[in-house]
Design a protein around this ligand. Structure first.
Ligand SMILES: [Zn+2]
Length: 326
């Protein structure tokens, strides 16, 4: 019985989502949600995680003994063996132990991974990655990350950092990236990059319907606002989104040429909200890549949306405990 369910937690910069997941069907039987408050004490964060986990168990009407374990995916760099969140810029913490305090509290296995790997696991089992053994999931948001699936298994690389597609360099003299290098893909194709470009245009006096929907200081805007501006025929937004999509397409072409996956799954708020961005990126990817991989590739949208991470985090428990996957 306990092997049939696990709790998944998606620990992001703005919110913490949790869910009790049926590992055989991917169905969520109970959920919880809390806001992530920036810069807080480690103890507070652990307590907050515990309250979100409890919320989902209560919502599911289940007891702890009925779940196999708890999987947490955090938006940052993680040490999987030690269960420590090493650095998470968006959450505002570093060196935060998570597996150990939660295992001590709940007395069941708790495992830690990053947000991209859990979302990829979710798509692999119950989303757009079903029945496909070699694919790459690419998520476009404030940054750009990817999960690589090889022969039906997540490929993590020699140091567990494989898939950092956002930092492939497209221009050695280009824009400064958050990683302190220059010319990285995410400095051109992320939602943050698009927002920066639009802020620049507006500052130079261009007019756009998006001007009252963008935080000019922080460069924050919602993906949906971009898509609505394009539908309204806004040239400033359309140009910024088109350029970003072309850069993303170059990144995708690189993946296609180098890894030759059967499928690329694109996810994240911008892809979900903006068909134009998705279509332009796909077109460019096929145009820029070599003919043979371009002919065979399937580029599709992710299917699980907001709860992909929660479902995948629960699946990570199954994967790490060695309960048969797929
Ligand atoms: Zn970078």
């Amino acid at each position: 019985m306990a092997e049939k369910f696990a709790v998944g937690v998606d620990f992001g910069g703005t919110k913490i989502l949790s869910g009790v997941v049926n590992l055989e069907t991917g169905q969520l039987v109970g959920t919880g949600k809390k806001k992530t408050r920036a810069i807080q004490e480690h103890d507070d964060l652990v307590k907050r995680l515990i309250s979100v986990v409890d919320e989902s168990l209560i919502d599911a009407g289940m007891e702890l003994k009925e779940v196999a374990g708890i999987g947490i995916g955090a938006a940052g760099q993680v040490n999987r063996e030690k269960g420590v969140l090493i650095y998470a810029a968006n959450i505002g913490v570093s060196d935060l132990p998570l597996s150990q305090p939660l295992t001590e509290y709940y007395k069941i296995p708790c495992v830690l991974g990053n947000d991209v790997e859990i979302a990829t696991l979710g798509e692999m089992h119950f989303g757009a990655g079903r029945k496909c053994d070699n694919f790459v999931c690419i998520f476009v948001g404030t940054g750009i990350g990817s999960g690589i699936v090889q022969d039906g298994k997540l490929y993590r690389g020699a140091t567990g950092t494989a898939g950092e597609i956002g930092h492939i360099v497209l221009d050695p003299y280009g824009r400064l990236c958050g990683c302190s290098s220059v010319g990285c893909l995410e400095a051109y194709a992320s939602r943050t990059a698009i927002a920066k470009q639009i802020v620049g245009e507006l500052t130079r006096g261009s007019e756009s319907v998006i001007s009252d929907k963008i935080d000019m200081q922080k460069g924050i805007l919602r993906s949906k606002a971009l898509s609505e501006a394009i539908e309204a025929g806004d040239e400033v937004v359309k140009t910024a989104v088109t350029q970003a999509a072309h850069f993303l397409g170059m990144g995708l072409a690189t993946v296609m040429n180098f890894y030759n996956p059967q499928r690329i799954i694109l996810g994240g708020g911008l892809v979900e909200a903006c068909d134009y961005f998705f279509e332009q990126a796909v077109k460019q990817a096929k145009h820029r890549s070599l003919r043979v991989p371009a002919k065979k590739i399937e580029i599709v949208k992710a299917e699980l949306g907001d709860y992909a991470g929660v479902i995948g985090a629960a699946l990570m428990v199954k994967e790490r405990l060695g309960i048969a996957t797929r």
